[in-house]
Write a protein that binds this ligand. Structure first.
Ligand code: ADP
Ligand code: MG
Length: 473
């Protein structure tokens, strides 16, 4: 019974029906504000709750909230109003990872529905649009992406040499960038069709419904170059795969070039027919790997140069911070670029460069914080050090005021930063009863609302705990 009560405290208890299609609003904002702004800021916003005349959005950090509020709030509100004119105000909350996880598990089905409905509309914007900003010339090279780059340039010069070309790799590594570059290059003298797999499916289903299959076939079979992004999303029914397979063969027969991207190699595609997979494997299959340190540095330098020429003022991000970012953000080019954008935005708002500690806060959600590193022992140690008490004192049964608050704070932080159950937490705090644990958590929650000092201490402690050890430079 108690644990049920606890759950309520931590989930958004009054989850209200969401009618707005947030993904649709985000894609509208993407086309309005451009993909750079979208990637750095808008993508981070989640719709948390919808009320009669206002909505609650959540963002991962205070910094992102301030930046968005000062720059894009009007446009966001305008866009939302187009869908629901009653909305007159937007409120923000700072989500921490913990809350996000809980929400994910409780509202899974609702989120899933929203996602599935919106990706069709989402991809509509990508439909056969070649982004002129993603070209071979601004694709930076390193050992992790060189092979994919070379295969792509060869394909755009040496028509139909490697056919199909299959590029795979994790998110944010540059697949779409390369596909775009190929499209951009070949579009000069060939008929190019650039489409996401989702859009292909959508188009297919729509054509069946409107009895337009003939047109659909003609449309696709008439192109010289067919580029399909994110083929792993092709999960349609047999009939659709059948059509895809025939389109594919027809194009290969007439010598059209096919280029495909995916997040995994052909043999790992789960819902795709064997014969299609084997067609993919029959061409040239290349991988883009995670960017290595040198490439990360190169991308950072390039991005800084680009921003310097964009804004006339001099932006000088210290070597220390550049090194910090290149060593910590190592899985993904998209996040790397996002990180630089944020650091630069910070220096422009506050008119100073962020310190290393500030950089950690600005990039909190991008840094690899492994919550498994957070142990009860670590939390106790950090909280004791912060309040200048000993661990024995914290774990004792003494109820002096100067011990009670730190103890409750440590219990609260354990509850929100680990996945430990109440009895487990109780055991680690000298076998305290789980009702005591609940009481501590509730006390701190209440205090946080009233007492700004407490709020600040909690946030400092959270940072100390999350960025300790493995995350320390
Ligand atoms: P993917 O499709 O693999 O998820 P994207 O092609 O969308 O990744 O790349 C994410 C972002 O990173 C884009 O803004 C892209 O322009 C940029 N990017 C990726 N790789 C490079 C690179 N080697 N040089 C320059 N920009 C890159
Ligand atoms: Mg992509």
């Amino acid at each position: 019974m108690f644990s049920k009560e606890m759950n309520n405290t931590f989930t958004s208890k009054n989850f209200v029906k969401i009618n707005l299609d947030w993904s649709l609003i985000q894609s509208e904002l993407k086309s309005k504000l451009g993909s750079e702004v979208y990637e750095s800021w808008i993508r981070k916003i989640n719709l948390t709750e919808e009320f009669n005349n206002y909505i609650l959005l959540s963002v991962p950090t205070r910094f992102i909230r301030d930046w968005i509020t000062s720059r894009y709030l009007d446009q966001i509100l305008q866009t939302i109003k187009k869908h629901k004119k009653e909305i007159i105000r937007i409120e923000f909350k700072i989500s921490d990872n913990n809350e996000k996880n809980i929400q994910k598990s409780t509202n899974f089905s609702q989120k899933e529905i929203i996602k599935n409905v919106s990706f069709l509309q989402d991809s509509y914007l990508q439909y056969n649009r070649i982004d002129p900003n993603k070209r071979f010339e601004n694709f930076l090279l390193g050992s992790s992406n060189k092979i994919a780059f070379e295969a792509s340039t060869k394909v755009s010069e040496n028509f139909s040499h490697y056919n199909p070309l299959y590029i795979y790799g994790g998110v944010g590594l540059g697949k779409t960038h390369l596909l775009n570059s190929i499209g951009h290059e070949m579009n000069k003298n060939k008929k190019v069709m650039f489409i996401s797999a989702e859009r292909f499916m959508y188009q297919f289903v729509k054509s069946i419904k409107s009895n337009d299959m003939v047109k659909f076939k003609e449309y696709f079979r008439n192109t010289d170059v067919l580029i399909i992004d994110d083929i792993q999303f092709m999960n349609g029914k047999e009939a659709m795969q059948e059509e895809f397979f025939h389109t594919f063969n027809a194009l290969l027969d007439k010598g059209s070039q096919i280029i495909v991207s995916a997040d995994r190699p052909p043999n790992k595609l789960s819902r795709i027919q064997e014969r299609i997979k084997s067609r993919f494997s029959g061409g040239l299959v290349v991988e883009i790997q995670k960017p290595e340190y040198d490439l990360r540095k190169k991308i950072i330098n390039h991005k800084i140069d680009e921003l310097i020429s964009l804004y006339s003022d001099k932006i000088n991000i210290s070597e220390e911070i550049q090194n910090f970012i290149s060593s910590k953000i190592n899985s993904n080019v998209r996040e790397l670029i996002g990180a630089i954008n944020r650091v630069i935005s910070f220096s422009r708002i506050y008119n100073k460069l962020p310190s290393l500690a500030e950089t950690k806060i600005i990039l909190k959600d991008l840094l690899n914080i492994n919550e498994n590193n957070v142990t009860i022992d670590l939390i106790q140690t950090i909280v004791c050090r912060f309040f200048k008490i000993s661990k024995n004192e914290m774990l004792s049964s003494r109820r002096s005021r100067y011990l009670v608050r730190p103890r409750q704070t440590a219990i609260y932080l354990t509850k929100i930063l680990t996945t430990k159950s109440l009895p487990e937490i109780g055991r680690e705090f000298s076998n305290r009863d789980h009702t005591t644990i609940i009481h501590s958590v509730k006390t701190i929650e209440k205090l946080k609302e009233k007492d700004s000092n407490m709020c600040e201490n909690i946030s400092k402690l959270k940072n100390l705990i999350l960025y300790n050890k493995g995350n320390e430079v």
